[in-house]
Design a protein around this ligand. Structure first.
Ligand code: HMG
Length: 389
């Protein structure tokens, strides 16, 4: 039975910072950000645009057009995030209510840095294989925050990707065999008391590349990476240069024609990510959407490799096959319009939004709606509870 991604969509805040403005403000040559890091803009969320709101907004698009009967087949909702809003209650339960999903289902949140999106997808695929006729909704949503003036500031971003996983999927059928690797490292983390991530920047790049090399070698020895039949290779994209370094590490190992094809497709796979920045759990899947919507040379039955990396660290190299008619399930015009309609922030507006925070003393805080046109937003905090519209 084929199992995989049946529907997919992303959502990102309606404001961004141009990285040329950031470079000027930080006294850096803009080409360091545009070429050295490989990013152009980063999404900036306001307080009302937390991971629940962004995740529900992305999922709303995925559910569009589904009948109540079809929705009632969703037996599992997973939110993968490292920007959780509560230590106990799963953010997925807020999303569950906003989406008006059936009560008889499993609703959970999972974590392993950026890898959690893939963990969610693979768990969902196993769930669908084990429960005939069932579907699973996987949401990867995050806000990447490193701090004003920090080394990681240019690699911030925010957004969510939602995926419906089902049997006989319309977009990407997933292969059951993959190569996965776990190794405890301290390359990037965020202690419970901190709203900003800690990173050993260069070390994190090194671990990412080491783990990519290891899963690639293992996949090759298992016969999973015959590059001739890989039409594209996607990477976790904390910033586009990182994925490019991963791809470049293969240059001397694969035939030039294959390397050229994978490089051409990589350029299409980073179009959206360059505009929004790191989405942590969702970055690999934003790259998948970017590839599918921006590259019109792909065809049904093309095989795609996906490299997922989450600091701390877990890596997985897995594979999928494009399904006929996959194009009909995409929303290129809608996603491009969402990016084009965003408001460009000045540096002072960005710094002011970045410094906003929620009350922590139990008092009431009414939260200004950052995007009244979006379906969902965090609207109020009161008595330590969160309220959404
Ligand atoms: P940095 O100190 O700005 O690095 O930190 P740099 O000074 O080496 O410059 C970066 C690149 O710009 C270099 O190229 C320079 O040569 C180039 P590279 O050697 O890397 O190819 N450069 C220029 N290029 C053109 N024109 C110029 C110019 N000047 C310099 N004028 C770093 C960069 C990414 C380390 C930092 O931003 C950081 O710490 N980011 C956060 C950590 C991160 O994203 N790590 C990625 C791997 S870990 C991961 O992917 C997981 C993660 O997503 C989290 C999770 O799993 O949840 C982060």
């Amino acid at each position: 039975m084929k199992v995989g991604i049946d529907r997919i969509a992303f959502s990102t805040p309606n404001r961004y910072l141009d990285l040329v403005d950031l470079a000027h403000a930080r006294g850096v040559d803009p080409n360091k950000y545009l070429i050295g890091i490989g990013q152009s803009k980063m999404a900036v969320p306001t307080l009302s645009q937390d991971i629940v709101a962004m995740g529900a907004n992305a999922a709303q698009e995925v559910l569009k057009g589904l009948s109540d009967d079809e929705k009632s087949l969703i037996g599992l909702l997973i939110v993968a995030t490292e920007s959780g809003v509560d230590q106990s209650k799963a953010s997925a339960l807020f999303v569950h209510e906003l989406l008006n999903l059936t009560a008889s289902m499993r609703t959970i949140e999972i974590k392993e840095a950026c890898y959690a999106g893939t963990a969610g997808l693979q768990l969902a695929a196993d769930f669908v294989r084990a429960h005939a006729g069932a579907k699973a909704l996987v949401i990867a949503a995050d806000i990447a925050r490193y701090g004003l003036g920090s080394g990681g500031e240019v690699t911030q971003g925010a957004g969510a990707v939602a995926m419906m996983v089902s049997a006989n999927p319309h977009i990407l059928s997933l292969e059951e065999h993959s190569v996965v690797l776990s190794r405890s490292t301290d390359d990037f983390w965020r202690p419970n008391y901190s709203t900003e991530a800690c990173a050993k920047g260069k070390y994190s790049e090194q671990v990412y590349l080491e783990m990519f090399a290891q899963v690639w070698r293992e996949a090759k020895s298992l016969g999973l990476t015959s590059v001739g039949d890989l039409q594209a290779l996607l990477f976790h994209i904390p910033f586009s240069k990182m994925g490019r370094k991963g791809l470049r590490s293969l240059e001397s190992m694969i035939p030039p024609a294959d390397y050229e094809r994978l490089t051409a497709r990589f350029e299409k796979a980073i179009v959206y990510g360059r505009e929004v920045g790191n989405l942590y759990t969702a970055s690999l899947y934003l790259s998948l959407i970017s590839l599918l919507e921006q590259d019109d040379s792909l065809r049904a039955n093309d095989r795609i490799g996906l490299f997922s990396y989450g600091s701390g660290s877990v890596a997985e190299l897995f594979f999928g096959t494009l399904q006929s008619g996959y194009n009909d399930r995409l929303n290129r015009a809608g996603h491009e319009a969402m990016l084009a309609a965003r408001q460009r922030l000045s540096m002072s507006e960005y710094e002011s939004i970045f410094s906003d925070s929620l009350v922590v003393d139990g008092s009431r805080q009414d939260i200004e709606d950052g995007d009244p046109a979006a379906p969902h937003a965090l609207s109020r905090i009161e008595g330590h509870e969160r309220f959404y519209r």
